[in-house]
Design a binder for this molecule. Structure first.
Ligand code: AN0
Ligand code: CP
Length: 314
């Protein structure tokens, strides 16, 4: 594995999932990557990704150093060939190459701007980091994907599913006041398509995800119909892909409540967090027996640890 920015980089989910589950049983493996350094570079906010990646590196005996580059770094220029006489003080060509000299692995968080679909889906920022770093790059959530989250999600479903039949997993849109990326749902679909589950996606008209991610996955625009007999419900808001980056509605009938859960097979409820309570998911669900969102967050440590282990041991 050269980088970790998508499922394609990993090849298949299985070995990383097994590795994460094994590391969870025995997390402290300080002899695996002693003296190695992981740089964690954030252009955007984070709680879980930042902390779980630091814990993961420490568990392997490596050191993690965090830079909030959007806040504390120089303003970065990503365009090639421009005369830098504006606000941008440093070019990504130098910034990324310098960080590559300090670190053995570079983690980068680059949210989409949600203005220019073509540029966001070309992963312009993440690609620039990868081109110039000279070391493996790990996506800490890019414009179109959040693979560390998806790996933790697959691990969490595996832990909670003990039956021999395939579980029905439903990814449902929920309302939000801000325009959020499609990265988490895109990535969840990408990983679930390769997992041993039956996946259904439900969202209002106008919120269909990019065809390259959805492919042949069933999309149902009637939420209650989609949720019938679900074993897992993954709740997430995203802004429109079709009318790129737009909020088309804030229909609170999609806020996940016990009424929705009643049509499921006593489904476990998942969310990557941060979650806006009573807008995305009702308190009654988040504080109830079906919610497994904290397990997902816990598993972020072992997902990151499995990925760093694979990249650092080379
Ligand atoms: C981000 C998103 O939806 O992509 C990060 C989620 C892990 N969420 C927010 O910005 C609230
Ligand atoms: N789920 C997740 O990535 O959370 P953070 O944005 O807090 O890192």
């Amino acid at each position: 594995m050269k980088h970790f920015t998508s499922l394609e980089d990993a090849g298949e989910p299985g070995p990383l999932v097994q590795s994460a589950l094994a590391l969870k049983q025995k997390p402290h493996q300080h002899a695996l990557a002693p003296g190695k350094r992981v740089g964690l570079i954030f252009l955007n906010p984070s709680l879980r990704t930042r902390l779980s990646s630091q814990v993961a590196a420490q568990n392997l005996g490596a050191e993690a150093i965090v830079l909030d580059i959007g806040k504390d770094g120089w303003a970065l220029e990503f365009e090639d060939g421009v005369t830098m006489d504006g606000d941008k003080a440093e070019h990504i060509r130098e910034a990324s190459a310098v960080m590559g000299r300090y670190f053995d692995v570079l983690g980068v968080r680059t949210f989409p701007e949600l203005k220019d679909r073509e540029s966001d889906y070309a992963e312009t920022l993440l690609t620039a980091f990868m081109e110039h770093a000279g070391v493996p790059v790990v996506s800490l959530e890019s414009a179109t994907r959040h693979p560390l989250q998806s790996l933790a999600d697959v691990v969490t479903i595996k832990e909670h599913w003990k039956e021999s039949r395939r579980p029905k997993v439903v990814l449902t849109w929920a309302p939000h006041v801000k325009a959020l990326p499609q990265a988490v749902p895109n990535s969840f679909v990408e990983w679930m398509r390769e997992a041993d589950v039956d996946l259904v996606v439900t969202n209002p008209e106008g919120y269909d995800l990019a065809p390259e991610f959805i492919q042949d996955v069933t999309v149902i625009h009637d939420q209650l119909e989609a949720l019938k007999a679900a074993d897992f419900v993954y709740v997430k808001n995203w802004s429109s892909y079709e009318q790129y980056g737009k909020i088309l509605n804030q229909d609170t009938s999609w806020t996940l409540s016990n009424e929705h859960l009643a049509v499921t097979n006593n489904a476990k409820v998942m969310h990557c967090l941060p979650v806006r309570r009573n807008l995305v998911i009702k308190d009654e669900v988040l504080d109830g027996p079906n919610a497994i969102h904290l397990d997902q967050s816990e598993n972020r440590v072992y997902a990151a640890q499995a990925v760093f282990k694979r990249l650092l041991e080379l």
